[in-house]
Design a protein around this ligand. Sequence first.
Ligand code: ZN
Length: 273
Amino acid sequence: MNKLIITAALTGSRITREQTPHIPITPEEIVQSAIESWNAGASIVHIHVRDPETGLGCQDLSLFEAVVNPLREKTDLILGLTTSGIPGKNLPTEQRLAPLKLKPELASFDAGSINLGNNLFANPPDFLEEAAIQMKKTGVKPELEVFDLGMVMTCLRMAQEGKIDPPLHFQLVLGTPYGAPATPKALLHLREHLPGNATWSVLGAGKGGLPMAMMAMIMGGHVRVGMEDTIYYAKGVLAKSNAQFVERISRIAKEYGRDIASPAEARKILGLT
Ligand code: ZN
C-alpha cells in the first residue's frame, strides 16, 4: 500500500486558551508545534494564524510570514495555508486569498457553503472561481476540503471545466455538526465519488478523529489530525500537543504495517513539483 501522509492541523481559528492551555497561538508557538509534529512523522502542516489582539483566526500576511519563513528554513515540511480565515466571519475574498502570495505548496479550498455553529461558512461560486484562478496563477495546489457529497460534485464539475487540475487532492471533513457524519458509511460514500487518480485524506472532528483516521489508514487514504479538529486526546483528556496526535497515528501505522511518508515522498504522492 502507498505510504501514509500525516497532516497536522495545528491550531485552526477558534480554539481559545480558555478551552485549552496547550493551543498554539503566537507565530513562535505555531512554528514550534509544527516542528514537533514534523519530528513525530507529519509531512504536511495545515496553518492558520491568530490575531494577537483577539486570539482568533485572521489572514494577516505578516503573521503567515512569521510562521512560513522559519518553517521553510528549518524543515522540509509541506506547508498548507488556510484560505478560510475565520469560518462564519466571511472575510473579503482578497483577505482570504492573501496567503497565496507566499506560494505555499497547498492551500485549503472549501468547496461549498455550510452552516457552522450559528453561522454560515460562505464559499459561494464566485469565491470558488476566484480562488481557483488565483491558485492556478500562483502554482498552489488546492486541498479540496469537502464537508458533504455536494462539495465533491462541485470539485468534479470545476475540474471538468478546467478550473482545477488533476490529480485532485481531497480532504474529507467528517463529523462537523451540519456536515457529513464521521461514520464509515459516510466515508465510503464520499470515497466512492472521488476520481480514480485522486488522492484523499480524512479528518474526523471531535471524537470522530481516531476512527476516521483508522478507516483512512486501511483504505489507502491519508490522515489529518491535530488540535484544530479536536483538543481532546481521549475522552475528557486534553491533548498536550499536536505531536501527541501525530505520534499516535505513526505508532498505529507502524503496528499495522503501513509506512509513513516523508515530506519528499508525500510530494511525489500528491504530484507536487
Ligand atoms: Zn483549517
